[in-house]
Ligand binder design. Structure first.
Ligand SMILES: Nc1ncnc2c1ncn2[C@@H]1O[C@H](COP(=O)(O)OP(=O)(O)OP(=O)(O)O)[C@@H](O)[C@H]1O
Ligand SMILES: [Mg+2]
Length: 293
Protein backbone atom coordinates (compact mmCIF):
# COMPACT_ATOMS: atom_id res chain seq x y z
CA UNK A 1 0.00 0.00 0.00
CA UNK A 2 3.07 2.24 0.52
CA UNK A 3 3.67 1.91 -3.24
CA UNK A 4 0.38 3.74 -3.84
CA UNK A 5 1.34 6.65 -1.62
CA UNK A 6 0.72 10.14 -2.90
CA UNK A 7 2.85 13.23 -2.63
CA UNK A 8 0.60 16.21 -1.92
CA UNK A 9 1.49 19.84 -1.59
CA UNK A 10 -0.27 21.31 1.43
CA UNK A 11 -2.45 24.30 0.61
CA UNK A 12 -1.68 26.77 3.37
CA UNK A 13 -4.79 28.80 2.58
CA UNK A 14 -7.02 25.91 3.70
CA UNK A 15 -7.17 24.23 7.09
CA UNK A 16 -4.83 21.26 7.25
CA UNK A 17 -7.49 19.09 8.82
CA UNK A 18 -9.49 19.12 5.54
CA UNK A 19 -6.51 17.98 3.49
CA UNK A 20 -5.25 14.74 5.01
CA UNK A 21 -4.91 12.15 6.14
CA UNK A 22 -1.12 12.33 6.03
CA UNK A 23 1.42 9.67 7.00
CA UNK A 24 4.24 12.19 6.92
CA UNK A 25 4.34 15.98 6.80
CA UNK A 26 7.57 17.59 5.61
CA UNK A 27 7.61 21.32 6.25
CA UNK A 28 9.87 24.33 6.37
CA UNK A 29 8.01 26.62 8.73
CA UNK A 30 11.00 28.26 10.39
CA UNK A 31 10.87 31.55 8.45
CA UNK A 32 7.06 31.70 8.64
CA UNK A 33 7.19 31.29 12.44
CA UNK A 34 9.71 34.13 12.77
CA UNK A 35 7.83 36.36 10.31
CA UNK A 36 4.50 35.69 12.07
CA UNK A 37 5.77 37.79 14.97
CA UNK A 38 5.55 40.90 12.78
CA UNK A 39 3.50 39.99 9.75
CA UNK A 40 -0.25 39.25 9.70
CA UNK A 41 -0.09 37.27 6.42
CA UNK A 42 2.39 34.81 7.98
CA UNK A 43 0.19 34.66 11.09
CA UNK A 44 -2.71 33.64 8.85
CA UNK A 45 -0.62 30.93 7.15
CA UNK A 46 0.32 29.50 10.52
CA UNK A 47 -3.25 29.68 11.74
CA UNK A 48 -4.40 27.69 8.68
CA UNK A 49 -1.64 25.17 9.05
CA UNK A 50 -2.49 24.33 12.69
CA UNK A 51 -0.02 21.51 12.60
CA UNK A 52 0.12 21.20 16.38
CA UNK A 53 -3.54 20.35 16.67
CA UNK A 54 -3.37 18.13 13.58
CA UNK A 55 -0.54 16.09 15.09
CA UNK A 56 -2.28 15.78 18.46
CA UNK A 57 -5.41 14.54 16.68
CA UNK A 58 -3.34 12.18 14.45
CA UNK A 59 -0.53 10.97 16.71
CA UNK A 60 0.69 8.45 14.13
CA UNK A 61 1.53 11.21 11.64
CA UNK A 62 5.26 11.78 11.35
CA UNK A 63 6.22 15.45 11.39
CA UNK A 64 9.57 16.28 9.81
CA UNK A 65 10.67 17.95 11.86
CA UNK A 66 8.83 18.23 15.18
CA UNK A 67 8.01 21.84 16.00
CA UNK A 68 9.45 22.03 19.55
CA UNK A 69 12.84 20.73 18.37
CA UNK A 70 12.83 23.06 15.42
CA UNK A 71 11.62 26.11 17.34
CA UNK A 72 14.54 25.77 19.76
CA UNK A 73 16.95 26.49 16.89
CA UNK A 74 15.24 29.77 16.05
CA UNK A 75 17.12 31.23 19.01
CA UNK A 76 20.91 31.45 18.65
CA UNK A 77 21.26 31.46 22.46
CA UNK A 78 19.74 27.99 22.45
CA UNK A 79 21.78 26.69 19.54
CA UNK A 80 25.03 27.95 21.06
CA UNK A 81 24.13 26.13 24.25
CA UNK A 82 23.69 22.97 22.17
CA UNK A 83 27.06 23.59 20.50
CA UNK A 84 28.84 23.82 23.83
CA UNK A 85 27.08 20.69 25.17
CA UNK A 86 28.18 18.98 21.99
CA UNK A 87 31.77 19.80 22.75
CA UNK A 88 31.40 18.24 26.19
CA UNK A 89 29.78 15.07 24.90
CA UNK A 90 32.29 14.62 22.07
CA UNK A 91 35.31 15.38 24.20
CA UNK A 92 36.22 11.72 24.67
CA UNK A 93 35.54 10.65 21.10
CA UNK A 94 36.71 13.58 19.13
CA UNK A 95 39.23 16.07 20.47
CA UNK A 96 39.09 17.91 17.20
CA UNK A 97 35.96 19.80 18.11
CA UNK A 98 37.04 22.72 20.26
CA UNK A 99 35.20 25.33 22.20
CA UNK A 100 33.48 28.12 20.40
CA UNK A 101 31.85 29.63 23.43
CA UNK A 102 32.69 33.22 24.07
CA UNK A 103 33.83 34.52 27.41
CA UNK A 104 33.09 38.17 28.19
CA UNK A 105 36.04 38.20 30.55
CA UNK A 106 38.61 37.88 27.80
CA UNK A 107 37.89 39.75 24.61
CA UNK A 108 39.09 37.46 21.82
CA UNK A 109 41.18 38.91 19.00
CA UNK A 110 38.03 39.35 16.88
CA UNK A 111 34.38 38.42 17.20
CA UNK A 112 31.42 37.84 14.90
CA UNK A 113 28.20 39.40 16.16
CA UNK A 114 24.92 37.73 15.10
CA UNK A 115 21.31 38.51 15.95
CA UNK A 116 19.72 36.38 18.63
CA UNK A 117 16.93 35.40 16.21
CA UNK A 118 18.40 32.80 13.86
CA UNK A 119 15.86 32.86 11.01
CA UNK A 120 14.18 35.46 8.83
CA UNK A 121 15.86 38.05 6.62
CA UNK A 122 17.29 40.20 9.45
CA UNK A 123 19.10 37.24 10.99
CA UNK A 124 21.73 37.31 8.23
CA UNK A 125 22.89 40.85 9.06
CA UNK A 126 26.14 40.39 10.99
CA UNK A 127 29.19 42.33 12.04
CA UNK A 128 32.82 41.57 12.62
CA UNK A 129 34.31 43.48 15.52
CA UNK A 130 38.00 43.88 16.17
CA UNK A 131 38.31 45.39 19.62
CA UNK A 132 36.44 46.12 22.82
CA UNK A 133 35.57 49.53 21.31
CA UNK A 134 33.65 47.71 18.55
CA UNK A 135 31.16 46.54 21.17
CA UNK A 136 29.57 49.99 20.81
CA UNK A 137 28.44 48.96 17.31
CA UNK A 138 26.46 45.94 18.34
CA UNK A 139 22.68 45.98 18.68
CA UNK A 140 21.37 43.58 21.34
CA UNK A 141 19.83 41.07 21.57
CA UNK A 142 22.71 39.36 19.86
CA UNK A 143 25.39 36.72 20.35
CA UNK A 144 29.14 37.08 19.96
CA UNK A 145 31.26 34.25 18.64
CA UNK A 146 35.05 34.20 18.53
CA UNK A 147 36.22 34.79 14.97
CA UNK A 148 38.34 31.88 13.76
CA UNK A 149 40.72 32.31 10.82
CA UNK A 150 39.75 29.43 8.54
CA UNK A 151 41.18 30.14 5.09
CA UNK A 152 37.85 31.38 3.66
CA UNK A 153 36.43 27.87 3.33
CA UNK A 154 33.09 26.91 4.86
CA UNK A 155 32.14 23.23 5.10
CA UNK A 156 28.38 22.86 5.02
CA UNK A 157 27.11 19.51 6.25
CA UNK A 158 23.58 18.59 5.14
CA UNK A 159 21.85 15.91 7.20
CA UNK A 160 18.95 13.78 5.95
CA UNK A 161 18.07 11.16 8.55
CA UNK A 162 21.07 8.87 8.94
CA UNK A 163 22.86 10.22 5.86
CA UNK A 164 24.90 13.37 5.57
CA UNK A 165 26.63 15.25 2.77
CA UNK A 166 29.43 17.79 2.94
CA UNK A 167 29.91 20.67 0.48
CA UNK A 168 32.39 23.54 0.40
CA UNK A 169 31.31 27.15 0.17
CA UNK A 170 33.12 30.51 0.18
CA UNK A 171 33.54 32.11 3.58
CA UNK A 172 35.04 35.11 5.36
CA UNK A 173 38.74 35.55 4.67
CA UNK A 174 41.46 35.53 7.33
CA UNK A 175 42.20 38.67 9.30
CA UNK A 176 45.52 39.36 11.04
CA UNK A 177 45.23 38.18 14.66
CA UNK A 178 45.93 40.49 17.55
CA UNK A 179 44.51 43.74 18.81
CA UNK A 180 43.85 46.37 16.15
CA UNK A 181 41.83 49.52 15.69
CA UNK A 182 40.10 48.41 12.48
CA UNK A 183 36.51 49.65 12.15
CA UNK A 184 33.63 47.20 12.58
CA UNK A 185 32.71 45.45 9.32
CA UNK A 186 28.98 44.98 8.71
CA UNK A 187 28.00 42.22 6.28
CA UNK A 188 25.12 40.04 5.19
CA UNK A 189 25.98 36.36 5.58
CA UNK A 190 24.36 35.56 2.22
CA UNK A 191 26.90 37.81 0.51
CA UNK A 192 29.76 35.69 1.79
CA UNK A 193 28.69 32.06 1.94
CA UNK A 194 26.37 31.32 -0.95
CA UNK A 195 27.80 29.23 -3.84
CA UNK A 196 27.78 32.33 -6.07
CA UNK A 197 29.17 34.72 -3.41
CA UNK A 198 31.94 36.93 -4.67
CA UNK A 199 32.75 39.54 -2.07
CA UNK A 200 35.93 41.37 -1.04
CA UNK A 201 35.38 39.78 2.36
CA UNK A 202 35.95 36.31 0.92
CA UNK A 203 38.89 37.17 -1.36
CA UNK A 204 41.72 34.79 -0.52
CA UNK A 205 45.39 35.69 -0.46
CA UNK A 206 48.18 33.46 -1.77
CA UNK A 207 49.12 32.64 1.78
CA UNK A 208 45.95 30.72 2.50
CA UNK A 209 46.51 27.29 4.03
CA UNK A 210 45.67 24.24 1.92
CA UNK A 211 42.04 23.15 2.04
CA UNK A 212 42.03 19.78 3.78
CA UNK A 213 38.42 18.60 4.18
CA UNK A 214 37.23 17.89 7.72
CA UNK A 215 37.90 14.37 8.98
CA UNK A 216 34.98 12.16 7.96
CA UNK A 217 35.09 10.42 11.38
CA UNK A 218 34.83 13.74 13.20
CA UNK A 219 31.92 14.86 11.02
CA UNK A 220 30.13 11.52 11.48
CA UNK A 221 30.58 11.68 15.28
CA UNK A 222 29.32 15.24 15.34
CA UNK A 223 26.28 14.51 13.16
CA UNK A 224 25.42 11.38 15.19
CA UNK A 225 25.51 13.32 18.44
CA UNK A 226 23.52 16.23 17.01
CA UNK A 227 20.78 13.94 15.68
CA UNK A 228 20.26 12.65 19.20
CA UNK A 229 20.44 16.07 20.85
CA UNK A 230 18.17 17.80 18.35
CA UNK A 231 15.69 14.98 17.67
CA UNK A 232 15.59 16.18 14.08
CA UNK A 233 16.17 14.56 10.70
CA UNK A 234 16.54 17.56 8.41
CA UNK A 235 19.19 19.99 9.52
CA UNK A 236 22.54 21.41 8.54
CA UNK A 237 25.77 22.20 10.37
CA UNK A 238 28.27 24.81 9.26
CA UNK A 239 31.88 23.98 10.10
CA UNK A 240 35.14 25.82 9.72
CA UNK A 241 38.68 24.56 10.29
CA UNK A 242 41.13 26.79 12.09
CA UNK A 243 44.22 27.49 9.96
CA UNK A 244 46.26 27.64 13.17
CA UNK A 245 45.07 24.63 15.19
CA UNK A 246 43.35 22.57 12.41
CA UNK A 247 40.46 22.01 14.80
CA UNK A 248 36.84 22.01 13.70
CA UNK A 249 34.48 24.68 14.95
CA UNK A 250 30.71 24.47 14.61
CA UNK A 251 29.53 27.99 13.78
CA UNK A 252 25.89 27.39 12.90
CA UNK A 253 23.13 24.78 13.06
CA UNK A 254 20.44 25.24 10.41
CA UNK A 255 16.85 24.05 10.27
CA UNK A 256 15.99 22.41 6.91
CA UNK A 257 18.90 24.06 5.05
CA UNK A 258 18.82 24.68 1.28
CA UNK A 259 19.59 21.21 -0.07
CA UNK A 260 20.05 22.48 -3.67
CA UNK A 261 23.70 21.43 -3.71
CA UNK A 262 22.83 17.86 -2.63
CA UNK A 263 21.57 15.85 -5.62
CA UNK A 264 20.88 12.86 -3.35
CA UNK A 265 18.50 14.89 -1.16
CA UNK A 266 15.19 13.62 -2.52
CA UNK A 267 16.16 9.93 -2.63
CA UNK A 268 17.66 10.18 0.89
CA UNK A 269 14.50 11.85 2.17
CA UNK A 270 12.31 9.13 0.65
CA UNK A 271 14.43 6.39 2.15
CA UNK A 272 14.36 8.13 5.55
CA UNK A 273 10.57 8.38 5.36
CA UNK A 274 10.35 4.68 4.41
CA UNK A 275 12.43 3.71 7.42
CA UNK A 276 10.43 5.91 9.83
CA UNK A 277 7.17 4.43 8.51
CA UNK A 278 8.59 0.91 8.85
CA UNK A 279 9.51 1.65 12.47
CA UNK A 280 6.03 2.97 13.05
CA UNK A 281 4.48 -0.17 11.57
CA UNK A 282 6.76 -2.34 13.68
CA UNK A 283 5.33 -0.63 16.75
CA UNK A 284 7.94 2.08 17.25
CA UNK A 285 5.06 4.23 18.54
CA UNK A 286 4.18 7.80 17.71
CA UNK A 287 6.74 9.44 19.94
CA UNK A 288 9.62 7.59 18.25
CA UNK A 289 8.14 8.34 14.86
CA UNK A 290 7.65 12.05 15.46
CA UNK A 291 11.20 12.57 16.68
CA UNK A 292 12.31 12.41 13.07
CA UNK A 293 15.26 10.21 14.02
N1 LIG B 1 33.00 32.15 14.38
C1 LIG B 1 33.25 32.48 13.12
N2 LIG B 1 34.53 32.61 12.68
C2 LIG B 1 34.79 32.94 11.39
N3 LIG B 1 33.85 33.19 10.46
C3 LIG B 1 32.55 33.08 10.84
C4 LIG B 1 32.19 32.72 12.18
N4 LIG B 1 30.85 32.70 12.26
C5 LIG B 1 30.39 33.03 11.04
N5 LIG B 1 31.42 33.25 10.17
C6 LIG B 1 31.30 33.64 8.76
O1 LIG B 1 30.02 34.23 8.58
C7 LIG B 1 29.22 33.42 7.69
C8 LIG B 1 27.80 33.38 8.16
O2 LIG B 1 27.69 32.80 9.46
P1 LIG B 1 26.44 31.91 9.89
O3 LIG B 1 26.53 30.59 9.22
O4 LIG B 1 26.34 31.91 11.35
O5 LIG B 1 25.26 32.77 9.24
P2 LIG B 1 23.77 32.40 8.84
O6 LIG B 1 23.16 33.61 8.26
O7 LIG B 1 23.12 31.79 10.04
O8 LIG B 1 23.99 31.30 7.73
P3 LIG B 1 22.96 30.39 6.93
O9 LIG B 1 22.96 30.92 5.55
O10 LIG B 1 23.62 29.05 7.07
O11 LIG B 1 21.65 30.49 7.64
C9 LIG B 1 29.90 32.06 7.70
O12 LIG B 1 29.63 31.36 6.53
C10 LIG B 1 31.37 32.44 7.84
O13 LIG B 1 31.90 32.88 6.59
MG1 LIG C 1 25.39 29.37 8.17
Amino acid sequence: CRKQSLLLQIDLTRPLVHQGPFDVIVHKLSDVIVEAEQDSQSQQLLANFQVRSYVSAHPATVLLDPLPAMTRLLDRFASYRIMSELRESLRGECDRIPTNTFSFLFFPPHAVCKTRVAHGSLSHEMSLIFSGGGLEDIRPPCVLQSFVNHGAVLHKVFVVGDRHFCVERPSLKNFPSGACDRKTIFFNSHEVSKPESNSDLTAVSNHTASRAPPSSEAVAALVGELRVQLGMALFGVDLIISIHTHTLTVIDINIFPGYEGVPQFFSSLLSHIESVLDQRQAGGGPSAATTGL
